[in-house]
Each structure stands twice: as C-alpha cells, then as structure tokens.
Design a protein around this ligand. Sequence first.
Ligand code: FES
Ligand code: FES
Length: 154
Amino acid sequence: MSTTVKINGQATAVVAEPDTPLLWLLRGELKLTGTKFGCGMALCGACTVHLDGQPVRGCVTPLAAVGGKEVTTIEGLSGKVADAVRAAWLEIDVVQCGYCQSGQIMAAAALLAANPKPSDPEIDAAMNGNLCRCGTYPRIRAAIHAAARRLAAG
Ligand code: FES
Ligand code: FES
C-alpha cells in the first residue's frame, strides 16, 4: 500500500504493507537508524519512538496503527524537554555502550513532558520496560532528576 506518514514533522510518502512494523520503515526504508532494534518483541525498549508524544515500541507498532499520527524519532526529538534531557544525559555521563540510549531518552522525554518532576517510583514505573545491558539505570534515574531541575530552572 502507498501512504503518507508524518515523521519528525515531515509528510513522508511510503510504500509498505499495513502490517509492516514502524521500526522496519524507520530503519530500513528511511535510514533513521538512531532508533535501535533489540528484541523485536516489545521486551527491551530499544525501538522506542513517540506516536503523538506517547512512547511506543516501533518493533510491534504496525504501519496501520500510525494513521495520521505524528511519529517522532530520536533524530527529530526537539524542544524544551528534549534539550533538558540531552543536557542532563551529558551532565551525568549516562551512556556506556549506547545501544539502549535512544530508547531511554525517548522514554524519559515522554515521562518529563507528562510529569516535569517525577519521583523515583514514577521514574521506575515509566522506565521499567527500557532495558540496559550495561546497567546504567542509576545514572538514567539521576539524569531524569537533573533534567527535571533544568526544566524547573527554565
Ligand atoms: S526492539 Fe522493540 S522492544 Fe525490543
Ligand atoms: S548503555 Fe549499553 S545497553 Fe544501555
């Protein structure tokens, strides 16, 4: 099928079957390789992107579910919250191998957009599905708090 998907603010014409996973489209067709492929079964969070601002797993989101919604990937993540998250990630030096981190950042940005001052339990609940083989969880949590401080400081 031929359709148009709004990705990172741009209407993008695509030719793909309705059951094609969004992740396949992003990485394979559009070469937006910042979004990673991990498990392919909604178990790791490496493929997290935003659909109308909500975090979703690109590996299990069929093109048919995207419809007229806005897809945002790590390449297109922008604005006040995104800036605070990126700065905090650098401040805390979160990244180890980096493989999971675009998914982590997408999940953290969605959390902070909905809740600009999350508690530890709220962070843990929101980030629960984003796995990190390198065990950067304590730094991710610290960076989300640091991003919240940056947002509060304006
Ligand atoms: S690759 Fe999608 S959740 Fe693991
Ligand atoms: S930083 Fe290596 S998997 Fe998370």
